[in-house]
Design a protein around this ligand. Structure first.
Ligand code: 5LI
Ligand code: NI
Length: 187
């Protein structure tokens, strides 16, 4: 199982690489890694397991964060009523690609955090408010999803990772809470 010791931290060169596209269908090893990444997220959101294995909670994870420079991400975004209803989005995306996006930008009111960054980096992270993403699942099926709000933000954070981008690269250095015209602040 993936635990915090498997997650590389900022300064590790792999986090700044552009990850390799994967041939479809993926190998059994890549399939297993994808499943392990999703399981990590589910475990990290379970208070008992998180405590037991000292996991920091995450709603997304990208393969480069476990030192695999391949274009695979996992997202597990719980429903509002934690544990009661279906997660909003729970899947592994292979070769995810933003094929279109809104002109409008959005950011999370609380900013963003990253398991590969052991420090708080305050500030708004401007991203596309809405995205259309194509990707392959672990079985090799192609999908196209239109995302908005929190799921759209999380998927963009993960796709950044496979392109060697960290969330704080987007924060305005002079004025971290600068709000661009028309920016949607998501809370
Ligand atoms: O790349 C994934 N991580 O680093 C996992 C930890 N961060 C989060 O779960 C997280 C927290 C806040 C906003 C966003 Cl967008 C994300 Cl993604
Ligand atoms: Ni991250």
């Amino acid at each position: 199982m993936i635990t915090m010791k498997d997650i590389i931290k900022e300064g590790h060169p792999t986090l700044r690489l552009t990850a390799e596209e994967l041939p479809i269908p993926v190998s059994p090893e890549v399939k297993q890694l994808g499943k392990d990444m999703l399981t990590f997220l589910i475990n990290s959101q379970d208070p008992e397991l998180a405590e037991k294995y000292q996991l920091r909670a995450g709603v997304g994870l990208a393969a480069p964060q476990v030192n695999q420079s391949i274009r695979m991400i996992a997202v597990h975004i719980p429903g509002i009523e934690e544990g009661i209803d279906e997660p909003i989005l729970s899947t592994v995306m292979i070769n995810p690609k933003i094929v279109s996006h809104s002109v409008q930008n959005a950011c999370l009111a609380e900013g963003e955090g990253c398991l590969s960054v052991d420090r708080d980096v305050p500030g708004y992270v401007p991203r596309h408010s809405r995205v259309t993403v194509t990707y392959y699942d672990l079985e090799g099926n192609k999908h196209k999803k239109r995302l908005k709000n929190y799921p759209a933000i999380v998927v963009q954070h993960e796709i950044d990772h496979i392109n060697g981008i960290m969330f704080y690269d987007h924060i305005n250095e002079e004025s971290p809470y600068y709000l661009e015209e028309g920016m949607d602040v998501i809370s």
